[in-house]
Design a protein around this ligand. Structure first.
Ligand SMILES: CSCCC(=O)C(=O)COP(=O)(O)O
Ligand SMILES: [Zn+2]
Length: 215
């Protein structure tokens, strides 16, 4: 007899562990001033059809496990609560790539200002040693392309735009939303945090180049 696949099931212990991790990371990201004024959202994959995600509108420095819920790839909550308004930007990534285990979205000053003043739909990072912080990158001698999308309050439309670009270009490690913030991902929260930390410094480098009139 074939067993029916329960697409609403998840491991409670995995959720508890993910929730504790997300609360801890939220405090760190808030303390670093990358998630001000309830901005940002964070998630961790639980299995092949759902992830643990921050609730909407919460102070990210004061998250408790009660502020973490479960959503499927359609963005539907599988536990009570109001999921992040930007849920679809997380689920789009998990649905397309089973190797993605965590997604962080933040609103740091560097990400917001750089994306606001950058005139093109792509930011090219090249020649920086810190590029080696990204998974699979073994040399500074490369070009990393960060897509820059215009901000949009229609998150489903924005998620579709991100997916379309990833299908026609490459998935990459991160993208910017103009005047809004950055999304980045990794195989787990630790890798995702390393990517975010590297991005923050790289965005600072780019802003400094612009200040110096070098770009
Ligand atoms: C106060 S920031 C506006 C919403 C936003 O961009 C964000 O990252 C937080 O939204 P959420 O619904 O996940 O709290
Ligand atoms: Zn946001």
């Amino acid at each position: 007899m074939a067993l029916a696949f329960d697409s609403t099931a998840f491991d409670t212990a995995a959720l508890q562990s993910a929730a504790a991790d997300l609360c801890r990371y939220g405090k760190q990201l808030y303390d670093r001033d990358w998630s001000p004024a309830t901005s940002s959202n964070y998630s961790v994959r639980l299995n092949e059809h759902c992830c643990a995600l921050t609730s909407s509108g919460k102070h990210k420095g004061e998250l408790t496990p009660a502020d973490i819920l479960v959503v499927n790839w359609q963005g539907e909550p599988l536990t009570p609560g109001k999921p992040s308004a930007e849920t679809r930007l997380h689920t789009q990534l998990y649905a397309r790539d089973p190797a993605i285990g965590a997604v962080l979205h933040t609103h740091s000053k560097a990400a917001v200002v750089l994306s606001q003043i950058h005139p093109n739909s792509e930011l090219i990072l090249e020649g920086w040693e810190l590029l080696k912080a990204f998974a699979g990158q073994t040399s500074h001698d490369c070009q990393m392309v960060i897509a820059v999308f215009d901000n949009d309050q229609d998150i489903t439309r924005l998620a579709n735009q991100v997916e379309q670009r990833m299908q026609t270009r490459q998935q990459g490690h991160a993208y910017l939303i103009r005047g809004h913030g950055v999304y980045t991902w990794g195989r787990d929260l630790a890798e995702c945090m390393r990517h975010l930390e590297a991005l923050e410094h790289l965005f600072d480098y780019q802003l400094e180049l612009k200040r110096l009139g070098q770009q």
